[in-house]
Design a protein around this ligand. Structure first.
Ligand code: SF4
Length: 232
Protein backbone atom coordinates (compact mmCIF):
# COMPACT_ATOMS: atom_id res chain seq x y z
CA UNK A 1 0.00 0.00 0.00
CA UNK A 2 1.39 3.40 -0.92
CA UNK A 3 2.11 5.80 1.94
CA UNK A 4 -0.66 8.21 2.95
CA UNK A 5 -0.34 11.82 1.88
CA UNK A 6 2.17 11.64 -0.84
CA UNK A 7 0.81 12.87 -4.14
CA UNK A 8 1.62 11.87 -7.73
CA UNK A 9 2.66 15.23 -9.21
CA UNK A 10 3.47 16.31 -12.76
CA UNK A 11 4.71 19.83 -12.02
CA UNK A 12 4.57 22.80 -9.65
CA UNK A 13 5.19 26.17 -11.29
CA UNK A 14 4.22 29.81 -11.22
CA UNK A 15 2.58 31.65 -14.10
CA UNK A 16 -0.43 33.83 -14.79
CA UNK A 17 -3.86 32.37 -14.37
CA UNK A 18 -5.13 31.82 -17.91
CA UNK A 19 -8.81 31.06 -17.27
CA UNK A 20 -11.69 31.73 -14.90
CA UNK A 21 -12.61 35.04 -13.27
CA UNK A 22 -9.06 35.10 -11.83
CA UNK A 23 -7.61 35.45 -15.33
CA UNK A 24 -4.40 37.44 -15.50
CA UNK A 25 -3.40 37.13 -11.84
CA UNK A 26 -0.15 35.46 -10.73
CA UNK A 27 -0.82 31.90 -9.65
CA UNK A 28 1.10 28.83 -8.53
CA UNK A 29 -0.12 25.70 -10.31
CA UNK A 30 0.08 22.31 -8.63
CA UNK A 31 -0.59 19.80 -11.39
CA UNK A 32 -1.53 16.30 -10.26
CA UNK A 33 -1.03 13.24 -12.44
CA UNK A 34 -3.72 11.05 -13.98
CA UNK A 35 -7.09 11.51 -15.61
CA UNK A 36 -9.97 9.10 -16.14
CA UNK A 37 -11.46 11.09 -19.05
CA UNK A 38 -10.13 11.54 -22.59
CA UNK A 39 -11.45 14.82 -23.96
CA UNK A 40 -10.87 15.08 -27.72
CA UNK A 41 -9.25 18.53 -27.43
CA UNK A 42 -7.28 17.84 -24.22
CA UNK A 43 -4.04 19.82 -24.07
CA UNK A 44 -2.83 18.02 -20.93
CA UNK A 45 -2.30 14.48 -22.19
CA UNK A 46 1.22 14.56 -20.73
CA UNK A 47 -0.44 14.34 -17.31
CA UNK A 48 -1.99 10.93 -17.97
CA UNK A 49 1.11 8.98 -16.95
CA UNK A 50 4.29 9.47 -14.99
CA UNK A 51 5.17 12.24 -12.59
CA UNK A 52 6.85 11.92 -9.23
CA UNK A 53 5.66 11.34 -5.71
CA UNK A 54 5.89 14.34 -3.40
CA UNK A 55 4.86 14.66 0.22
CA UNK A 56 2.39 17.35 1.24
CA UNK A 57 5.23 19.09 3.08
CA UNK A 58 7.38 19.17 -0.07
CA UNK A 59 4.55 20.58 -2.19
CA UNK A 60 3.65 23.19 0.41
CA UNK A 61 7.29 24.21 0.71
CA UNK A 62 7.59 24.60 -3.07
CA UNK A 63 4.42 26.70 -3.19
CA UNK A 64 5.83 28.94 -0.44
CA UNK A 65 9.11 29.28 -2.31
CA UNK A 66 7.32 30.33 -5.49
CA UNK A 67 4.82 32.63 -3.81
CA UNK A 68 5.97 33.61 -0.31
CA UNK A 69 3.54 36.52 -0.09
CA UNK A 70 0.42 34.35 -0.46
CA UNK A 71 -1.91 34.86 -3.43
CA UNK A 72 -3.43 32.26 -5.74
CA UNK A 73 -2.73 28.53 -5.89
CA UNK A 74 -4.55 26.27 -8.33
CA UNK A 75 -4.83 22.53 -7.79
CA UNK A 76 -5.24 21.07 -11.26
CA UNK A 77 -4.42 18.07 -13.44
CA UNK A 78 -5.23 15.77 -15.10
CA UNK A 79 -8.06 15.24 -12.69
CA UNK A 80 -6.85 16.15 -9.19
CA UNK A 81 -9.78 14.51 -7.39
CA UNK A 82 -8.63 11.07 -8.54
CA UNK A 83 -6.25 11.52 -5.57
CA UNK A 84 -9.05 12.95 -3.47
CA UNK A 85 -7.79 12.14 0.00
CA UNK A 86 -4.38 13.65 -0.67
CA UNK A 87 -5.74 16.61 -2.65
CA UNK A 88 -8.17 17.48 0.15
CA UNK A 89 -5.36 17.34 2.72
CA UNK A 90 -3.20 19.56 0.50
CA UNK A 91 -5.97 22.13 0.06
CA UNK A 92 -6.56 22.18 3.83
CA UNK A 93 -2.88 22.95 4.36
CA UNK A 94 -2.80 25.76 1.78
CA UNK A 95 -6.08 27.48 2.66
CA UNK A 96 -4.91 29.53 5.65
CA UNK A 97 -2.32 31.30 3.52
CA UNK A 98 -3.61 31.20 -0.07
CA UNK A 99 -6.70 31.61 -2.19
CA UNK A 100 -7.03 28.02 -3.38
CA UNK A 101 -8.64 27.22 -6.73
CA UNK A 102 -9.56 23.67 -7.72
CA UNK A 103 -9.90 22.88 -11.44
CA UNK A 104 -11.91 19.69 -11.91
CA UNK A 105 -13.75 17.90 -14.70
CA UNK A 106 -17.17 17.76 -13.01
CA UNK A 107 -17.19 13.96 -13.05
CA UNK A 108 -15.77 13.48 -9.51
CA UNK A 109 -17.81 14.14 -6.32
CA UNK A 110 -17.28 17.61 -4.85
CA UNK A 111 -18.78 17.11 -1.41
CA UNK A 112 -15.46 16.60 0.36
CA UNK A 113 -13.73 19.64 -1.15
CA UNK A 114 -12.94 21.94 1.80
CA UNK A 115 -15.14 24.98 2.32
CA UNK A 116 -13.23 28.05 1.22
CA UNK A 117 -11.79 26.43 -1.91
CA UNK A 118 -12.97 28.05 -5.15
CA UNK A 119 -14.22 25.21 -7.32
CA UNK A 120 -13.84 25.70 -11.08
CA UNK A 121 -15.91 22.89 -12.52
CA UNK A 122 -16.24 21.77 -16.12
CA UNK A 123 -19.47 20.60 -17.67
CA UNK A 124 -18.23 18.54 -20.61
CA UNK A 125 -20.01 19.29 -23.89
CA UNK A 126 -20.79 16.65 -26.57
CA UNK A 127 -17.81 17.36 -28.87
CA UNK A 128 -15.40 16.69 -26.01
CA UNK A 129 -16.31 13.01 -26.38
CA UNK A 130 -17.09 13.00 -22.63
CA UNK A 131 -20.42 14.78 -22.82
CA UNK A 132 -22.36 12.55 -20.46
CA UNK A 133 -19.90 12.57 -17.56
CA UNK A 134 -21.05 15.55 -15.48
CA UNK A 135 -22.18 14.41 -12.02
CA UNK A 136 -25.46 16.26 -11.63
CA UNK A 137 -25.37 16.08 -7.79
CA UNK A 138 -22.35 18.38 -7.97
CA UNK A 139 -24.68 21.29 -8.66
CA UNK A 140 -25.74 21.07 -5.01
CA UNK A 141 -22.12 21.45 -3.85
CA UNK A 142 -21.65 24.81 -5.60
CA UNK A 143 -21.62 28.17 -3.86
CA UNK A 144 -21.43 31.76 -5.01
CA UNK A 145 -17.62 31.69 -5.05
CA UNK A 146 -17.57 28.76 -7.48
CA UNK A 147 -17.41 28.75 -11.27
CA UNK A 148 -18.82 26.48 -13.97
CA UNK A 149 -17.08 26.24 -17.31
CA UNK A 150 -18.21 24.94 -20.71
CA UNK A 151 -15.49 24.43 -23.33
CA UNK A 152 -17.14 25.00 -26.70
CA UNK A 153 -15.93 23.29 -29.88
CA UNK A 154 -19.00 23.73 -32.12
CA UNK A 155 -22.45 25.25 -32.44
CA UNK A 156 -23.79 21.95 -31.08
CA UNK A 157 -21.68 22.41 -27.94
CA UNK A 158 -22.93 25.98 -27.57
CA UNK A 159 -26.57 24.90 -27.76
CA UNK A 160 -25.92 22.16 -25.20
CA UNK A 161 -24.33 24.71 -22.83
CA UNK A 162 -27.10 27.27 -23.35
CA UNK A 163 -29.83 24.72 -22.69
CA UNK A 164 -28.01 23.28 -19.65
CA UNK A 165 -27.56 26.76 -18.16
CA UNK A 166 -31.23 27.53 -18.61
CA UNK A 167 -32.53 24.14 -17.48
CA UNK A 168 -30.52 24.16 -14.26
CA UNK A 169 -30.71 27.92 -13.65
CA UNK A 170 -26.97 27.86 -13.21
CA UNK A 171 -26.59 31.56 -12.50
CA UNK A 172 -28.37 31.06 -9.17
CA UNK A 173 -25.99 28.22 -8.17
CA UNK A 174 -22.50 29.30 -9.16
CA UNK A 175 -21.10 32.80 -9.01
CA UNK A 176 -19.72 32.65 -12.54
CA UNK A 177 -20.67 30.66 -15.63
CA UNK A 178 -18.06 30.69 -18.39
CA UNK A 179 -18.17 29.65 -22.04
CA UNK A 180 -14.73 29.27 -23.55
CA UNK A 181 -13.76 28.31 -27.12
CA UNK A 182 -11.86 25.01 -27.31
CA UNK A 183 -8.29 25.31 -28.52
CA UNK A 184 -6.93 22.76 -31.01
CA UNK A 185 -4.68 20.44 -29.07
CA UNK A 186 -2.09 20.41 -31.82
CA UNK A 187 -1.99 24.22 -31.90
CA UNK A 188 1.52 25.56 -32.40
CA UNK A 189 3.10 28.62 -33.91
CA UNK A 190 0.94 31.73 -34.08
CA UNK A 191 -0.65 33.10 -30.93
CA UNK A 192 -4.03 33.95 -32.42
CA UNK A 193 -7.67 32.88 -32.63
CA UNK A 194 -7.05 30.69 -35.70
CA UNK A 195 -6.40 27.85 -33.22
CA UNK A 196 -9.84 28.20 -31.63
CA UNK A 197 -12.31 25.53 -32.70
CA UNK A 198 -15.08 28.12 -32.52
CA UNK A 199 -14.35 31.70 -33.54
CA UNK A 200 -14.73 33.80 -30.35
CA UNK A 201 -16.60 36.37 -32.41
CA UNK A 202 -19.22 33.77 -33.37
CA UNK A 203 -19.50 32.61 -29.77
CA UNK A 204 -19.96 36.19 -28.59
CA UNK A 205 -22.68 36.76 -31.20
CA UNK A 206 -24.52 33.57 -30.22
CA UNK A 207 -24.42 34.52 -26.52
CA UNK A 208 -25.67 38.02 -27.20
CA UNK A 209 -28.43 36.82 -29.55
CA UNK A 210 -29.69 34.43 -26.85
CA UNK A 211 -29.30 36.93 -24.01
CA UNK A 212 -27.20 34.36 -22.16
CA UNK A 213 -26.16 35.54 -18.70
CA UNK A 214 -22.67 34.02 -18.86
CA UNK A 215 -19.10 35.15 -19.35
CA UNK A 216 -17.09 34.60 -22.52
CA UNK A 217 -13.66 33.32 -21.48
CA UNK A 218 -10.51 33.07 -23.55
CA UNK A 219 -7.52 30.99 -22.46
CA UNK A 220 -5.16 33.94 -22.35
CA UNK A 221 -2.05 31.80 -21.80
CA UNK A 222 -2.57 30.51 -25.37
CA UNK A 223 -2.28 34.07 -26.64
CA UNK A 224 0.58 35.18 -24.40
CA UNK A 225 2.88 32.19 -24.90
CA UNK A 226 3.45 29.76 -27.74
CA UNK A 227 0.32 27.53 -27.59
CA UNK A 228 2.20 24.23 -27.38
CA UNK A 229 4.36 25.34 -24.41
CA UNK A 230 3.89 23.47 -21.14
CA UNK A 231 4.39 24.92 -17.67
CA UNK A 232 3.02 28.37 -18.54
S1 SF4 B 1 -10.67 16.16 -17.98
FE1 SF4 B 1 -9.02 17.65 -18.40
S2 SF4 B 1 -7.10 16.48 -18.25
FE2 SF4 B 1 -8.77 15.00 -18.40
S3 SF4 B 1 -8.89 14.51 -20.60
FE3 SF4 B 1 -10.37 16.17 -20.20
S4 SF4 B 1 -9.24 18.09 -20.58
FE4 SF4 B 1 -7.71 16.42 -20.38
Amino acid sequence: MRPFKTVQIIEVYKSLQGESSYTGLPCVFVRLAGCNLRCTWCDSEYTFKGGLRMSLEEIESEVHRLSPEGGLVEITGGEPLLQEREAVALMDRLLPRYTVLLETSGERPLERVPAGVVKIVDVKCPDSGEGDTFRIENLNALGRQDELKFVIASRQDYEFARDFIRQHVLNTRAGTVILSPAFRKDAAGGRDVSHCMVDPQHLAEWMLADGLNARLGLQIHKFIWEPSLKGV
